[in-house]
Design a protein around this ligand. Structure first.
Ligand code: ATP
Length: 346
């Protein structure tokens, strides 16, 4: 099953420390959301509030349109998958997966049928009689997922579910999680601090910083047109070109440029390495000298500096072709839509 989630005016304090600040978010039924942000930004606190493990100091959580703010975890239509999986070591996989159904009073035959179905869903068909110690980390993660899904929650909450896996397995499990979510249509809210994981998996990424939501949107928009300087810096490699408002536009280390910009005397132009071109495209950044360049297979990675400020370095990922020579001067171009301009933070 599936349901929408509404978070309204959530604030949360641990003693005097404010861990969540004015959180408002609408999650659609069947949406795959990732909560992304650095350690300590409040992701787990927010997930715990959705799961009923923490009662917020202020605000409300609505699931399926019903106020569940004060409903305990076992009585709300959510289940949570924790990072450590917390499987029962003495039980078989089938009994682990069927545990929630047993608590809910389902009979043995129905429990086992459902547990076998769920084990098959996560790719562990026929493994019901095994015990957790016989499994790899990735398989244990699958059992934890099967157990959470066995009770047919409307909303599945996942707290760094892939955090304990090595990188290769992690990437494979991301694809699987997404495909399972598509098949069953349950609303998933998945906490991670890994930007690539968030982009690989989410319909919408919610970027958090210091207890607040900084940005929320589809991965491509968050990556290409971040709403804040924080999001711009957090989502992958980003060039930050300082600029001052002058008589003939914005003065950058590369010269003057004309770009729409917010009202501020000091600004930062954000531009992804792959948005830079050395052939004419919409907007000229200005001339720059190649410091070094190397072939990386899918692209040529080059460092450029303007002669006026040789200590300033711009990273460009150019199409794989000729590797420019060190010392060569080239005019750099970009699509104006690929540049985001923010006021300089103090
Ligand atoms: P991580 O990625 O490291 O798990 P997070 O984004 O999930 O971080 P939270 O665990 O939600 O962050 O914590 C948010 C802030 O609240 C942190 O500064 C943390 O130290 C603080 N905090 C969390 N739980 C408690 C608690 N029970 N008592 C006091 N402070 C807490």
């Amino acid at each position: 099953m599936t349901a929408p989630v509404q978070l309204r005016g959530l604030n949360h304090f641990f003693g005097n420390f404010q861990a969540l600040k004015d959180i408002n978010l609408e999650i659609a039924a069947g949406e795959y959301i990732t909560l992304l942000g650095p350690s300590g930004c409040g992701k787990t606190t927010l997930l715990s509030i959705m799961g009923g493990f923490i009662e917020p100091s202020e605000g409300a959580v609505l699931i399926g349109g019903k106020d569940t703010t004060r409903v305990p975890p076992a009585r709300r239509p959510t289940t949570t998958v924790f990072q450590d999986y917390a499987l029962f070591p003495h039980m078989t996989l089938r009994d682990n997966v069927a545990f929630g159904l047993r608590m809910a009073g389902a009979n043995r035959r129905d429990r086992h049928r459902r547990a076998d179905e769920m084990l098959a869903l996560v790719g562990l068909e026929g493994g019901g009689a095994k015990r957790p110690h016989e499994l790899s980390g990735g398989q244990r993660q699958r059992v934890a997922l099967a157990r959470a899904l066995a009770v047919d929650p409307d909303v599945l909450l996942l707290d760094e579910p892939l955090g304990a896996l090595d990188l290769k397995l992690r990437r494979a499990m991301q694809d699987e999680l997404k495909s399972i979510q598509r098949r069953i249509g349950t609303t998933f809210v998945h906490v991670t601090h890994d930007q690539e994981e968030a982009m690989a998996i989410a319909d919408r990424i919610v970027v958090m910083n210091a207890g607040r939501i900084e940005d929320a949107g589809p991965p491509a928009r968050i990556y290409q047109k971040p709403a804040s300087l924080f999001t711009a810096g957090f989502m992958g490699e980003m060039n930050r070109i300082p600029a001052r408002r002058g008589d003939s536009g914005l003065e950058t280390p590369f010269g003057s440029v004309n770009l729409a910009s917010p009202e501020a005397s000091s600004l930062i132009l954000c531009l992804r390495p792959e948005a830079i071109r050395t052939t004419q495209a919409g907007f000229s950044i200005g001339p720059a000298r190649v410091r070094d360049a190397a072939f990386f297979g899918t692209h040529v990675r080059a460092h450029f500096s303007p002669d006026a400020e040789p200590d300033f370095v711009l990273v460009a990922h150019l199409p794989p072709g000729r590797v420019p020579d060190q010392g060569e001067v080239m005019t750099l171009w970009a699509d104006p839509d690929s540049i985001s301009v923010f006021p300089q933070e103090n």
